[in-house]
Design a protein around this ligand. Structure first.
Ligand code: GLN
Length: 190
């Protein structure tokens, strides 16, 4: 199973390690030649404005957007959640705009720097959640968006069709359950 990991900026190496540990093949995506044989896609954390610009500059924006809207399973973390969102607080230009939620960028309450906590993510219990200048979902815009976690009264994890989007960083912990669940989803859709 080949898992594409957007590797233009941000925490792609850590995701790549998680995917290798689970026995799947990570494929680092830097240009349009890299996307042909992928069964799933990870959009990593980093800086969403930079990633948005690089998606355009590399020509990856259109083909990846099309693959995601055609049902390619996606795991998005932090900046990746912003990259997918339909709306961004403050009227910032959305990127893919395929996840019907409105997200606010850059920290809330005790997330102003970064912090860790533990929470349930859907059916996964007691998951270590590491937040780094994280976004949160201020509003879901479709009944088909399932909320997987609320921390400090904020929605931090959602699922919509084949997209799972998290405000925190599972790739920075030793717990592989979220990546394993993602690979299960990819396996079913292959
Ligand atoms: N603050 C970043 C942004 O707005 C996201 C932070 C992260 O991915 N850790 O893009």
């Amino acid at each position: 199973m080949n898992i594409g990991i957007l590797a233009v900026q941000g925490a792609f190496a850590e995701h790549s390690e998680c995917i290798s540990k689970l026995g799947a093949e990570p494929v680092l995506i830097r240009n349009t030649g890299d996307i042909h044989n992928i069964d799933g896609l990870i959009l990593p954390g980093g800086e969403s404005t930079v990633q948005h610009r690089l998606l355009n500059e590399t020509g990856l924006f259109q083909p990846l957007r099309e693959m995601i809207s055609n049902g390619l399973p996606v795991l998005a973390t932090c900046a990746g959640m912003i990259i997918l969102a339909q709306h961004i607080c403050g009227g910032e230009e959305p990127c893919f705009g395929l996840l019907p939620v409105s997200v606010c960028r850059n920290a809330y309450g005790r997330q102003l720097g970064s912090f860790s906590t533990v929470g349930n993510i859907g059916s996964i219990s007691d998951f270590p959640m590491r937040f780094i200048r994280a976004p949160y979902v201020e509003r879901v815009c479709s009944d088909n968006v399932r909320i997987l976690n609320i921390t400090d009264d904020r929605i931090t994890a959602v699922r919509y069709k084949s997209i799972t989007a998290l405000a925190f960083h599972p790739e920075l912990t030793d717990d592989l359950r979220i990546h394993r669940e993602f690979l299960d989803t990819v396996g079913k859709s292959c």
